[in-house]
Write a new protein. Sequence first.
Lengths: 479, 277
Amino acid sequence: MFDALSARFAKTFGNLRSKGKISSSDIDSVLDEITSALLEADVAKEVVDLFTERIGAQAAALLPTLQAGSNQAQAIFDVVNSELIKILGSEGRRIRFAKNPPTVIMLAGLQGAGKTTLAAKLAKFYKDQGNTPLLIAADLQRPNAVTQLQVLGEQIGVPVFAPEQGNGSGNAVEVARDGIAFAQSKVHNMVIVDTAGRLGVDDELMDEAIAIRNQIQPHEILFVIDSMIGQSAIATARAFEQGVGFDGLVLTKLDGDARGGAALSITEVLKRPIMFVSTGEKISDFDLFYPERMASRILGLGDVATLAEQAKKALNPETSAKLEEKFARGDDFTLEDFLEQLEAMANMGSMGKLLSMLPGAASMKKQIENFDESEIVRTKAIVQSMTPHERRDVKVLNGTRRARIARGSGRAVSEVNSLVERFSAAQKAMKQMRNGSMPAGMPAAMSGMPAIPASKSAVVHKKKSKSGNPAKRAAEERG
Amino acid sequence: MGIFSKFLSKIKVTELLHKPDLDELADELIAADIGADLAHSIIEQTRKVKSATPEESLHTVLLSHLSKKERSISTASGVTAVMVVGVNGTGKTTSVAKLARNFQSQGTVVLAAADTFRAAAVEQLQTWGQRIGVEVVSGKENSDPASVAFDAISKAQQLSAAFLLIDTAGRLHNKSDLMNELGKIKRVIEKVTPVSEVLLVIDATTGQNGLQQAKIFAEAVQVTGIVLTKLDGSARGGIALAIEDSLDIPIKFVGTGESIEDLAPFNPDEYVKGLIS
């Protein structure tokens, strides 16, 4: 989402780094760049001005103290980074649980911001942490918003309190009130109230939200905002702040390529923290908000922390342990191991999403965008067309075998060749790594294996490879 | 421009618009989501237009950045098939219902509920269909949207309908698999009948990302027009001007409220007035 912004920052600081000594006019031109980058990212004009003013002042104060030859560009960069983190909220705030349950969370936001989907995501997130959430369907305006929440609730196994079918009839305040009573009687420790979307200027609906708030006294009101929103973000957020009020923000649709500058605007002007982000259409595409991670993403430093976390979640500990053992024993890394790894990667999400979290991703934006996920399927097809014997030892792959694999996977022989070649290179790199030359071997393995443009050797599954052809399978089993 | 006229224009400018005024105007345009670069070039051009007042000059320049293409819906001799596409949450389903209401006076309308992804999207369209008395063709949840569209064409032909409106699932434009799916839906329909219009629904609150949305949707399904929704909120919808300017895709309808009747043909003059009001 912040990709384009990152790309611009990367370029700006690249220019700055190429200079030995930075003058105050260099800083001015950096500030100009930052201004237009932020505007293009939909950060509100007033916030851009504040931001650049602060950075300008700090940089000017910093400049005379910098020794010639020290990394001046880095120092300026650090100023920008820390200012960004400051705006985004120095520490991520989390939901405050009520002393006397249930903890009541109310959602508010514009139409189409993604409240209903978010209600389900939030419920799932806290359910997985051992809570017992109840969803209350108090959006009685949008046709079938209630049905939508019911369907989602069923999918995630969270009960939905929905006495009214909505579609313009029913009293949302009563629904909310009864829902809380219901939650208390059924000992739910958390309640999430979905409300009707509204336009910032709509008094009637805003009054309804206020009435719901007054009735149920929520512990947290979350303002849900689309990360694609433009300059009207501040006006809208202000209208909600002055109307129903809110404690924190949720940014939705962050899996798009919008730069999400509105997030900066609202946190800066209204001093409300971003608490969660929603990053995809799946219910699980949801996370806590980490300011420092977001700042480094904006600045093109990548989001390695999130990547590592996802990797940990996706990798089967047994598989990893087995691999480690194997590695220690000095056995070769085989295409079978490769398949398991690829499968784990598939569980982490699309390659594009993973790649975009790597440092320097902004400058590879084009490649990442053009990353053809079906390449992974093709690679998978090639590996799956091999016999187990071949997968364990690629050296047996002679011309005939390669031709057969190509036919079996519907790919060209040259593609089979290129996969085998890259795999052998990676295998070699692994060996070197084991022999202690880690730093040199590592990048080689990385570039050799899941390379971006060519093969993206990737994902794969299939537990125990078996040929679909009974005769072949028999041959395979013989070895 | 000769030296003399350059001099003249300078005089005019100093008389009418001072630098701080110009900066302020540019900020106004930026606040309307027109985009910084376009805002500055519009201000530059405004300086060169000679009108009675600066406002009038600005109005003229803004109008000149709008598309010259036809803004009415092009109809076919048989069923006029209209696909409605866009990112999540822009108001596609509601717009489909409003368009149906709008087209009803010209003949029978059939709706295809080809958003088989979002929970209860089909029911949402069915509710609208019942309210306005229009047939809604749907499939099972998670069924193939192209097949729903296909069934809907048969239904439309069987009823000798004048219009078939196809509601599609919201999708972020950077998801290439979903964009490919959209292309497939269109190709399936085109096997039977030409698609007269592909309308992209853009939320007026959208920022600069709207350009990217329009560009990629246009590449995938040859967007013929835009429905600009939620213009009744606090946003002025300047992104639509940026889209018209850079991609030459005309806005055809504007959503102006929550009731089924709140859809109006796009009026350039009013829109531009709204931008600088």
